[in-house]
Design a protein around this ligand. Structure first.
Ligand code: B4P
Length: 197
């Protein structure tokens, strides 16, 4: 009997806040037929629906802080379970800490699978701030509304998240891509990495 093959390609789409992870995931999920899980989007959905998870997440997100690990990990596990027949995933905004990366490895291992690659969008801080202030004019997102909150998100990224480059580099799974340019050009750059996996 042929062994069931699932979760074949699992990408971590990485980069600082405003690097364009959500923007690029929209194109990549269609191109590669992967399920897109954005932890930020799931939190925002919960905030909109005023769930207990949403209320908890909001208290951190509005200040530009990370939501606590265990809450985020439990939520991510539930999202993966909901998509048991997926061919693979684009993880967008997860993992953001070492504990989250370890939890993701454990989850995929329990499914006989693993991360294929971390593809990272590299963008300078001042460009990030400009993009997020720009989005804040129309998005209604509390965490885009104020430059000091945006800068706090970038600080959180350097304090807790940037180190994950080392985590995936140690497994030879890190691929950095220039995240400055047109959305289309960046999709082409990401695709050229993914096509070679
Ligand atoms: P996220 O929702 O992940 O938000 P993000 O980092 O701001 O966005 P992203 O990089 O996807 O940027 P986008 O494409 O939208 O996180 C929000 C918050 O949720 C976090 O601060 C945290 O509190 C919480 N959270 C989420 N995951 C968590 C976790 N795992 N653990 C703990 N807490 C967690 O692009 C941004 C802007 O740039 C847009 O306006 C876009 O149009 C523009 N843009 C994109 N590409 C561009 C390009 N090539 N050129 C010019 N502009 C571009």
């Amino acid at each position: 009997q042929i062994k069931e093959t699932k979760f074949m390609t699992n990408l971590v789409l990485f980069g600082p806040p405003g690097a364009g992870k959500g923007t690029q995931a929209e194109f990549l999920k269609t191109k590669y037929n992967l399920v897109h899980i954005s932890t930020g989007d799931v939190f925002r959905f919960n905030i909109k629906n005023e769930t207990a998870l949403g209320m908890l997440a909001k208290s951190y997100m509005d200040k530009g802080e990370l939501v606590p690990d265990q809450v985020t990990i439990d939520m991510l596990n539930a999202e993966v379970e909901k998509n048991a027949t997926a061919k693979g995933f684009i993880f967008d905004g997860f993992p953001r800490t070492n504990a989250q990366a370890e939890a993701l490895d454990a989850l995929l291992e329990s499914k006989d699978s693993s991360i294929s690659a971390m593809v990272a969008l590299e963008v300078d801080d001042e460009i990030l701030v400009k993009r997020l202030i720009g989005r804040g004019k129309t998005s209604g997102r509390a965490d885009d509304a104020d430059e000091s909150i945006i800068r706090n998100r970038i600080k959180e990224y350097y304090d807790k998240t940037a180190i994950l480059k080392d985590y995936y580099s140690a497994q030879n799974k890190y691929y950095g891509v220039d995240g400055v340019g047109s959305v289309e050009d960046i999709t082409v750059r990401l695709s050229s990495v993914i096509d070679k996996l």
